[in-house]
Write a protein that binds this ligand. Structure first.
Ligand code: GDP
Length: 268
């Protein structure tokens, strides 16, 4: 598909360094631009052609309560400030993915990562391109999770790294061919298992011994490694809580992004 980051809508924020932020990543065509456009609707926007990450300033809907506001009075003026957050979009295109990784490595008040996938595209029943889309999504997610794991294992202190939650947003559930969220979870887990075992095998084939692969604490494989099944719960150990929630940014019957708002709110 056409790289959709070529026509992004942006908002230039003056306070971008202080607001809590979420990173939005995922394969091209997942619906990231659509989500950004939806989230910022009604605010000052500006269009331009760009191949660099874009941040938009988003206000939490009044009906959603941020976790950090739970104990504050409704009249507290700081409520207004803290309800805002930045959503940083990253091009899904392979060559531009280092931007996404930069965001993971150098977080600026980073509260979480949203990995968006097209749940209709990765569906097994989607003959032809279906499995290829699943494989690409799984590879991208695998690399991000491995990076987050390394963030933990390469940390200088013995302290566990700060918790960094990741939401897998299964988008386009308005389409009847879309996989429901629980199946998106299992499809990604099993495809990540394949990615992981082929990576481990590749490293072993290159002459590196099993023990060399586990140098110190910095493991080259995700989670428990090996040929076993990968499960998102294996990321708990490195303080990365993975959630999967479905929704749709567009659709004949309107959008449904409530679960994603709730996840953002509970991590804000
Ligand atoms: P990006 O590459 O991740 O930024 O993806 P876009 O936001 O450009 O979306 C890719 C395509 O999917 C566009 O044609 C959107 O209109 C469409 N799209 C995005 N979200 C949804 C959705 O929830 N349902 C449906 N049916 N289409 C969607």
């Amino acid at each position: 598909s056409v790289p959709l980051f070529l026509h992004l809508v942006i908002y230039r924020s003056t306070s971008s360094t202080t607001l809590p932020s979420f990173l939005l990543v995922g394969p091209s065509g997942a619906g990231k631009t659509a989500l950004l456009t939806l989230f910022e609707r009604g605010q000052h926007v500006e269009t331009r052609t760009s191949q660099v990450p874009i941040s938009v300033e988003v206000s939490l809907p009044v009906s959603t309560n941020a976790a950090s506001l739970k104990y504050r009075s409704v009249n507290d003026p700081s409520n207004q400030v803290h309800k805002k957050f930045l959503l940083a979009d990253t091009p899904g295109h392979g060559k531009l993915r280092h931007y996404a990784f930069d965001g993971v490595i150098k977080p600026q008040n980073l509260k979480g990562i949203i990995f968006m996938v097209d749940a209709a595209d990765i569906s097994m029943g989607n003959s032809g391109s279906g499995n290829e889309a699943l494989r690409q999504a799984a590879e991208y997610l695998h690399d991000i999770l491995l990076l987050l794991q390394k963030r933990s294992t390469s940390s200088k202190t013995s302290k566990a790294p700060k918790e960094l939650p990741i939401l897998i947003a299964a988008n386009k559930l308005d389409l009847f061919t879309a996989l429901p969220a629980p199946l998106v979870r299992t499809a990604l887990e099993s495809e990540i298992s394949n990615v992981r075992s082929s990576k481990t095998k590749g490293l072993l084939d290159s002459g590196i011994g099993m023990n060399d692969l586990d140098i110190g604490e910095e493991k080259e494989w995700l989670g428990d490694g090996g040929d076993g099944k990968f499960e998102f719960s294996q990321m708990d150990e490195v303080n990365v809580a993975v959630s999967v929630a479905g929704g749709n940014v567009l659709g004949a019957d309107g959008q449904d992004v409530k679960q994603w708002w709730d996840w953002i709110a509970s991590n804000l």
